[in-house]
Design a protein around this ligand. Structure first.
Ligand code: PMV
Length: 320
């Protein structure tokens, strides 16, 4: 049997992160210039139960059965097998590779999981549909992140820009005018689970204050959705800046994110904010397309670990 190879993109959150955990909406975009790939090769000639797993990004090389049952990779296999009422995988080797930096807010865990679900179900002869893939990926995201909203797995599984609210049907976004963002990695690894749980403690102590932050973010996210429809990108940029100020007041930014945001705005960007869990990870900057390369160089000189330029095209809603 030839090797099976399936992949999944990364993602960025445009606005609404953290508030989305508390039932407010958020907007996310798939990022196709980074991806995770899962390759499976059947090994019918090996004796006994032999499913080897290799994931060089996390320094993992082992037999599947040696992984704890609660390990996200083991659970991904178990959940797919469970869907098909199967006990075990036919002997094979599984290689998972990702060009998405971990703990950077680009959805590395959800992307690897979705690439795996796609590859395993294809290997078993029944590729799962998007909705089932997304359901299983959400279960695995809970192992990675505790109490995730589900936005990462959803935007990666569907591969389209979307307006997402927890436990409600999401909306695919219509983008009428192209826009360009520079995604900038601070180089600071940050655990989303940790930031989310610290925020939860603050919310418990000062519920009214944090609910008011989330309400303000909700209003911004709804306005940004309208801007994406209307192409009013100056207003869009201002709204991103307002979202960043609230995230900073909530304590989920950090000095390097603030410095890079400042650098982008001084350069003349339309708007800039952190993206994802914060306290490190990535930021996004809305910029005139012709200035994106120069801005990326400027941000690298200011200490960014890496930059990605992405244009969201109106025709398909795809991100290139
Ligand atoms: O996985 P990250 O770092 O992009 O963050 C996800 C966004 C949060 O709103 C902070 C958490 C969540 O589950 O939605």
């Amino acid at each position: 049997m030839p090797a099976i190879s399936c992949s999944a993109p990364g993602k960025v959150i445009l606005c609404g992160e953290h508030a989305v955990v508390y039932g407010r909406p958020a907007i996310a975009l798939p990022v196709f210039s980074v991806k995770s790939t899962c390759r499976i090769i059947a090994q019918p000639n090996l004796a006994g139960d032999s499913v080897s797993i290799e994931a060089p990004n996390i320094n993992l090389k082992t037999n599947l059965l040696k992984l704890e049952m609660t390990h996200p990779i083991r659970q991904t296999v178990e959940q797919v097998l469970g869907y098909f009422n199967m006990e075990r995988l036919p002997n094979c080797s599984i290689l998972i590779h990702s060009s998405i930096p971990p703990a950077a807010g680009l959805g590395s865990s959800a992307s690897s999981t979705i690439a795996m679900i796609r590859a395993i179900s294809t290997f078993l002869g029944h590729p799962l549909d998007i909705s089932e893939t997304n359901r299983i990926a959400f279960e695995i995201e809970k192992i990675h992140h505790g109490a995730p909203s589900g936005i990462d797995n959803t935007v990666i599984a569907y591969g389209k820009p979307l307006f997402f609210r927890k436990q409600e049907p999401f909306e695919l976004l219509k983008i009428l005018t192209p826009f360009t963002i520079v995604i900038t990695d601070t180089g600071i690894k940050s655990s989303t689970a940790k930031v989310v749980s610290e925020l939860k403690n603050k919310w418990k102590r000062s519920t009214r204050k944090y609910e008011s932050f989330f309400d303000q973010i909700e209003a911004i996210t709804i306005k940004i959705k309208h801007c994406l429809n209307s192409g009013e990108y100056t207003h869009f940029g201002n709204l991103l800046n307002q979202n960043q100020e609230i995230l900073r007041d909530m304590g989920v930014s950090c000095q390097k994110l603030d410095d890079l945001v400042k650098c982008a705005l001084e350069f003349g960007a339309i708007g800039a904010k952190l993206s994802g869990g914060g306290q490190g990870g990535n930021m996004i900057t809305l910029v005139e397309p012709q200035l994106a390369d120069t801005l990326a160089t400027r941000l690298s000189a200011a200490g960014a670990a890496r930059t990605l330029i992405m244009t969201i095209s109106p025709e398909s809603g795809d991100c290139v």
